[in-house]
Design a protein around this ligand. Structure first.
Ligand code: NAD
Ligand code: IPM
Ligand code: MN
Length: 361
């Protein structure tokens, strides 16, 4: 099997964590004689600085010409005063739109070894396994009209969804629930917003085709607390773009760190894979970043695009093993009574890589 992978590492810790993810993927695929053909292109702040645009034509072309795209993170404090359409983040939104994937899968799996790292009690998080299905191409992020009228002192964005946009992502969420614990929680704000009333009505229609999946609805404000109080009650959580952005970051509390969370975006021309965290300017360039979210994202590439389930599982098992052995990056070592070894980004990457090799030998 040959996989053409475009790597767009981006800014801040993006290059630091994607480097480790790629090395682990190479170790996992090399053993079975598979080939990863890697191309690297710029996106985000680095592309603004070098090419004058956050998504250069060349990057987009290479993305559309790949089997999958692995993206690190974009954004930097030096761009914070730019308007949304000129910022690094605009490059990310543009590549998402161009690739067309509308279902962003964000699994939040609580490794037992990290339960002590969560501010929640271990018995609350241990065993939690939630899959967020975040709609990625609609809602406030893309709705028109949008503007900031500085003269008037007024700004507006539009949360807009069509029936089809809701139905297509809901179908994917129900299909995934069928392969898991057959529970789906749809999150909205239907007590206030028409767009959420449409969302809920369409989800109920789609649910009719999946009678084996138990459906519940929650308002997003209540969901924010249910997730912290009883994360184990949730299986698949389906929600719109902004709510999914917020709730999936919140799930970093369940996993013990934002740096543990991977994602895969499916349903378009080319799947896009990204850890859910950002460029973390506060720790960038210091070797402090946790690469495990990016490494687990690499496992999703092998599973969803390459069909290499054995290799994907090996990466996930290797992550568990190094955690069992007590290795931590600084974000995972806040509670470190046993004085566990605290590793730099590249050292953690190397541990996972070696373990993958042992597992697949
Ligand atoms: P962030 O996710 O970059 O960081 C939030 C906090 O989590 C920080 O304290 C950071 O140090 C920590 N953190 C994040 N990832 C980590 C990791 N792998 N290991 C250890 N600690 C980690 O969010 P932010 O600070 O709100 O945003 C910074 C920039 O990143 C902004 O420009 C934002 O727009 C951008 N951003 C990009 C993406 C993306 O490219 N997918 C996602 C989120 C934010
Ligand atoms: C994420 C990020 C992005 C989003 C930003 C950087 C555009 O927060 O991937 O979660 O809001 O989708
Ligand atoms: Mn986010």
């Amino acid at each position: 099997m040959k996989l053409k992978l475009l790597v767009t590492a981006g800014d801040g810790i993006g290059p630091e964590v994607t480097r480790e993810a790629v090395a682990v993927m190479q170790a996992a695929t090399g053993i079975g004689g598979h080939t990863l053909e890697i191309t690297e292109k710029r996106i985000g702040g680095i592309a603004i600085t070098t090419d004058g645009t956050p998504l250069p034509e060349e990057t987009l072309k290479a993305a559309l010409d790949s089997d999958a795209v692995l993206l690190g993170a974009v954004g930097g404090n030096e761009f914070n005063s730019l308007p949304p359409d000129k910022r690094p983040e605009a490059g990310l939104l543009a590549i998402r739109a161009a690739l067309g994937g509308f279902a962003n899968l964000r699994p939040a799996f609580a490794f037992k070894e990290l339960a002590v790292n969560s501010p929640l009690r271990p018995e609350i998080v241990d065993g939690a396994d939630v899959l967020f299905v975040r709609e990625l191409l609609g809602g406030l992020y893309f709705g028109q009209p949008r503007a900031w009228d500085k003269a008037k002192g007024e700004a507006w964005n539009t949360m807009r969804y069509t029936r089809d946009e809701v139905a297509r992502v809901a179908r994917i969420a129900f299909q995934l629930a069928q392969k898991r614990r057959k529970k789906l929680c749809s999150v909205d704000k239907a007590n206030v917003l028409e767009v959420s009333q449409l969302w809920r009505a369409v989800v109920i229609e789609v649910a009719a085709g999946f009678p084996d999946v138990e459906l519940e609805h929650q308002y997003v404000d209540a969901m924010a607390i249910h997730l912290m109080n009883r994360p184990k009650d949730f299986d698949v959580v389906l929600t719109e773009n902004l709510f999914g952005d917020i709730l999936s970051d919140e799930s970093g509390v369940i996993t013990g760190s934002l740096g543990m969370l991977p994602s895969a975006t499916i349903g378009g021309k080319v799947n896009l894979y990204e850890p859910i965290h950002g460029s973390a300017p506060d720790i960038a360039g210091k070797g402090l970043a946790n690469p495990l979210g990016a490494i687990l994202t690499g496992a999703l590439v092998l599973r969803h695009t390459a069909g290499l389930e054995v290799e994907a599982v090996a990466i996930e098992k290797a992550v568990r093993k190094v955690l069992e052995q007590g290795f931590r990056t600084p974000d995972l070592a806040r509670q470190n009574p046993q004085g566990l070894p605290v590793l730099k980004t590249a050292e953690m990457g190397a541990k996972v890589r070696e373990t993958v090799q042992q597992l697949l030998k």
